[in-house]
Design a protein around this ligand. Sequence first.
Ligand code: GDG
Length: 475
Amino acid sequence: MYKKRTIIVSNRLPIRIERKDNELQFIPSEGGLATGLGSVYKSDENIWIGWPGIIPLNTQEEEIITQGLAEHNLIPVFLTEEELKGYYEGFSNEVLWPVFHYRPSYAVYRTPDWEMYQQVNAKFSQVVDQQNVQEKDEVWIHDYQLMLLPQLVRKSYPTIAIGFFQHIPFPNDEVFRSIPWRNELLNGLLGADLIGFHTFNDTQHFLNSCAHILGLNVQNNCLHTDGRSIFTEVYPMGIDFDKFSQLANSEPIQTRAHSIKDYYKDQKIILSIDRLDYSKGIIERLLAYENLLVKYPELKGQVVLYMIVVPSRDHVAQYKQLLDEIDRTVGHINAVFGNNEWTPIAYFYNSFPLEELSALYVSADICLITSLRDGMNLVCKEYIASKENTDGVLILSELAGAAKELTQAIHINPNATDQVTEAIYKALKMPVAEQRMRLNDSIEIVKKFNVRHWVRLFFSRLREIKLFQQNEMAR
Ligand code: GDG
């Protein structure tokens, strides 16, 4: 009997390939999605399709990469420089990313980029077609780079189970409307049977867009079109709780955390970790920290903002400007408030090994998340998972999806500088018992709704919907 296969499709594969000294290196991703879906794509005949992060030099290298990946059940979609520029850097990062994070003024609408986005989505669809897909198989497509793919796969396989998950916010319909190709994007998604978002608001925005832009009839969370029912539901993504908690409690990490603590021995550590992105509210965070030092001068020498910014998209104009502004603002704060013995901000524009992040989570007294928009935000969940045996306070933007779950964090509006300042002050002064009580509540949530739970829930619902649709058709 045929055993049903699961096919995962995302822009990037869970392994990236790098060329070093003419040798190809296969580097597994430590990301949450890779962990959560690890047990799925590594078992049976299941596969994961995506871009391997490298442009092969020639067909021979392409062949070596393809074979190397096949050993891990991974199928590459090779993209040319031109395709990456138009589809990824152009349409995905300069149209969808800004508009979906409520920055439509940052969007650059170039028809050639849109054409490339269509071309690359079609290329992904061809690679799916080459996998000898059967109607019993199921396909789970991820994120905004592949919004047209559900409908393309649907055309090839009319009754196959297709799920789609959006990792970034979905903007309200009036903002979404500003994209010239909004109808095509919505129709692309409607090829799926189940469309998942991190929050209830995202689902409502998507449904409103379908109703107001496409004129579709919405019943509760369900849409009907082309004789099919499409369900839109909330699946807040979790993290690999055990990985982060075990790492945090391991001896090497404890030792490293102690040495960080020793280094900053008279100072409370306020930690922030994000990719370089205007959606993360990095400038707003710096202004609130500066305000803290102005309002509470007695804190000078007693706090440090340990700020990691991971390089990302820094050839895009807005990201370059943001980086300059961060450099200037950090320089200004350190120059004005610092002295021989104390630097107010320890700023790193670099990426760190997971072990170092873990030690920082363990040693940080405060984790400060100031996203202006964030689909979920996994950093705050990783901080919580690292805090079973040490105290700390999470300050979390109400504009991050995670705020809907982590109700025991101190919630802030990152645009309200005074409020953020007061939240930091409150966190610095919070009694240990209250820290513990809040952390324990949050730990329970992050532990229970972990990434494996998220994967299980999504698949079981997709299968349930498929059964429902089959029964409906049989009626
Ligand atoms: C998108 C959505 C949504 C960070 N620095 C380093 C490093 N990281 C890891 C963190 C965390 C991940 O990167 C960042 O995840 P976030 O969720 O915070 O943000 P995005 O990258 O914007 O992710 C977001 C997510 O998708 C999932 O759906 O939550 O809203 O924007 O895991 O630990 N990892 C290592 N070194 C670093 O320096 N190793």
